[in-house]
Write a protein that binds this ligand. Structure first.
Ligand code: UT7
Length: 327
């Protein structure tokens, strides 16, 4: 009876990514600022990042990733219900990045909006899309993470400017009736603590001509909170679904620092081959990092239909959360 029971779930039917052509190695960063490949690799695991050219805006990259996701799903743009764009580097204060992407995709039956939750943006956006799909508000949602952090980096601060990169990733989620053991988002868990706002923030705003803002971070403080809070969100996801770490096929973490990723993997007791790492190639692409990591795991064959993935992220806010997704 329980196995035959069907329920509405948000099922991933398409995935797309976009990375700027320009690759900036640690050696190139070391020519510009007082740093070294050794320091960056040892402290973060980062070896290179992509930096956007002037035409590669958040909307441009998000549209490229979104188009690829729609194509993979075989969904016509006019059939799309909604677009949610997780970004903290929008091109304008308004209109939203989402409406620019809607126009680029010719998806005129979709409504859209941006969601601001820094590096947790993609997990937050998945959660909102999941609720909209299960409530029957729309049949499909394009969830996009797109970021151009190179435009908000302070290149006079070597403690932050080596850590971030640009890129975009998108998933198409569609409402489908599936068996309990079938694919889709099983749960999402979101958290925020505004008391920690001052340890990671942008000291300006898109709307401020005099100072659009630079990223400011107390790295050690963020690090201190990261592993504990992420492990909490991950355990919450497992408990809510009566699962144990052994049930997880793949951890798809936000890619901020190799040491944080390994720390969470270790707490779960997962072997390295069940933890996706792309921070070496992409650095921290904030809201884009999880879909980029997911695409990498699809490409190497680890993320395949039927696999159970645990997604987690933490970022400015602080905000953090987790999502369990069966492909
Ligand atoms: O996605 C959003 C969430 N963000 C994160 O999760 C980031 C969390 N934090 C981190 O990943 C780490 O704290 C960092 C990678 C940012 C820094 O690593 P750390 O091991 O905490 O280093 P630190 O900030 O304590 O700095 C250690 C030393 C300092 O020198 P002194 O004071 O010990 O002489 C820094 O000045 O490393 C120095 N340093 C650098 N040296 C070479 C800082 N940045 C650099 C650099 N190159 N780029």
């Amino acid at each position: 009876m329980a196995e035959t029971q069907r329920l509405t779930r948000a099922v991933l039917t398409g995935l797309g990514t976009y990375l700027p052509a320009r690759v900036v190695t640690n050696a190139e960063m070391a020519k510009r600022i007082d740093t070294s490949d050794e320091w960056i690799v040892e402290r973060t695991g980062i070896r290179q990042r992509h930096f956007a050219a002037p035409h590669e805006t958040a909307a441009f990259m998000g549209a490229e990733a979104g188009r690829a996701a729609l194509t993979e799903a075989g969904l016509a743009p006019e059939a799309l219900g909604a677009i949610i764009v997780a970004t903290s580097t929008p091109d304008q204060a308004f209109p939203s990045t989402a409406v620019h992407i809607q126009a680029a995709l010719v998806a005129f039956n979709a409504f859209g909006f941006d969601l601001s939750a820094a590096c947790s943006g993609f997990v937050y956006a998945l959660s909102v899309a999941d609720a909209m799909l299960r409530a029957g508000q729309v049949k499909s949602v394009l969830v996009i993470g797109t970021e151009v952090y190179s435009r908000i980096l302070n290149f006079a601060d070597r403690g932050t400017c080596v850590l971030f990169g640009d890129g975009a990733g998108a998933v198409l989620l569609e409402a489908k009736e599936v068996p309990r053991t079938g694919p889709g988002l099983l749960s999402t868990h979101l958290h925020a603590d505004g008391r920690l706002a001052e340890i990671l923030y942008v000291d300006g705003a898109v709307g401020r001509k005099d100072h659009p803002g630079h990223l400011v971070m107390q790295g050690r403080e963020v690090f201190r909170h990261a592993v504990t809070l992420l492990a909490g969100a991950v355990n919450e996801a497992l408990a809510a679904n009566s699962l144990s770490p052994a049930d997880i096929d793949l951890l798809v973490p936000h890619q901020a620092n190799r040491r944080i990723i390994d720390g969470v993997g270790k707490k779960l007791g997962l072997p390295p081959e069940r933890v996706v790492v792309t921070v070496d190639r992409h650095a921290n692409t904030s809201a884009a990092s999880i879909p980029l990591a997911l695409a990498s795991a699809v490409a190497d064959g680890r993320a395949a239909p039927g696999k159970l993935l645990l997604l987690e992220a933490l970022g400015g806010g602080l905000t953090w959360g987790s999502a369990l997704l069966r492909l």
